[in-house]
Design a protein around this ligand. Structure first.
Ligand code: NAD
Length: 294
């Protein structure tokens, strides 16, 4: 059983850490919020003051932090994870961050002879709780082989996407598809309303036709056709509009850095930015249909 340092016990990190405890691993958790530490200790984990001390004792360090800024803070510098981890420690960052930071931090880890992976996830809090997350993993084959059985305790689909940063690249490309497709499906439902076409009829036809996609068939933005979608509970989040905007902004930073034209991605970032500014940051991202309708 591994001794795991887990930094960032928020909505995603806490249930992921709890699944590692259930699998019999030792988990030493770090979070700036004491309430998160209490929840981990209630589940059988141990609270640790700093990432530095967790890293010094761990076989594996996992981080699940809001953005690239926190990832740099926690990994780099004299009190960071990289400076204080023992040789042979495996580092896995599961946060969704920019590709550039993921590659820069992995390069620092490599300089110190540490194995590091970027392993962002898809599947939300539900997937984190049920241990059914999809992990998109960037880093060396050697690091991937070492991490795989551990990631399987927190997820169902584990894909090695290539070298350092490629996990983040996969995540932001996927979420750019998602942001664009949710807007497209929402626009289609709003147009159907104006044309006098019933929601269920459009769903029945498009879910079996060429308009079929995840935003329609699994996460339908109107109440009714898919009873489990957030539209049936006043768009209470699953995946917030603020998070979608964050990921779309990451895709646009990457597009700019690589000179790639992603016009629909840029439009989606602009539309989600307006939706968030309208006071709906914590609403589910599929609530964008109300913004489009209004
Ligand atoms: P969250 O804000 O709930 O959790 C982040 C945690 O990190 C918080 O508990 C916070 O106190 C802690 N933290 C912040 N700075 C810290 C520091 N310097 N040291 C220690 N702890 C620190 O966010 P979340 O929803 O758990 O998301 C985490 C990451 O997962 C994000 O990058 C997000 O984009 C990604 N993600 C989230 C979802 C989702 O549905 N929530 C889905 C897929 C991916």
């Amino acid at each position: 059983m591994a001794r795991i340092g887990f930094v960032g016990l928020g909505n995603m990190g806490l249930p992921m850490a709890q699944n590692l405890l259930k699998a019999g691993h030792q988990v030493e958790g770090v979070d700036v919020n004491p309430a998160s530490i209490e929840k981990l200790t209630a589940a059988g984990g141990v609270g640790v003051e700093t990432a530095k001390s967790a890293a010094a004792r761990a076989d594996v360090v996992i981080t699940m932090l809001p953005s690239g800024k926190e990832v740099r803070e926690v990994y780099l510098g004299s009190s960071g994870i990289i400076a204080n981890a023992n040789p042979g420690t495996l580092l896995i960052d599961c946060s969704t961050i920019d590709v550039e930071t993921a590659r820069a931090v992995a390069a620092e880890a490599e300089k110190k002879g540490l194995l590091m992976l970027d392993a962002p996830v898809s599947g939300g809090v539900g997937g984190a709780t049920a241990a059914t997350l999809t992990f998109m993993v960037g880093g060396s084959g050697q690091a991937f082989v070492r991490a795989e059985s551990l990631l399987q305790k927190m997820g169902k689909t584990i894909v090695h996407a290539g070298g350092a940063g490629n996990g983040q690249a996969a995540k932001i490309c996927n979420n750019m598809i998602l942001g664009v497709s949710m807007i497209a499906v929402s626009e289609a439902f709003v147009l159907a309303e104006k044309l006098g076409l019933d929601h269920q009829k459009l769903f029945d036809i498009s879910s079996k036709s060429s308009g079929q996609c995840w935003s329609l068939t699994t996460y339908c933005p109107v109440p009714g056709p898919v009873p489990t979608s957030p539209a049936n509970r006043d768009y209470q989040a699953g995946f917030t509009a603020a998070m979608m905007l964050k990921d779309l902004k990451l895709s646009q930073e990457a597009a700019k850095a690589t000179g790639t034209k992603t016009e629909l991605g840029a439009d989606a970032a602009r539309i989600y930015s307006q939706y968030v500014a309208s006071g709906e940051a914590s609403r589910d991202f599929s609530g964008i249909i109300r913004f489009i309708r209004d």
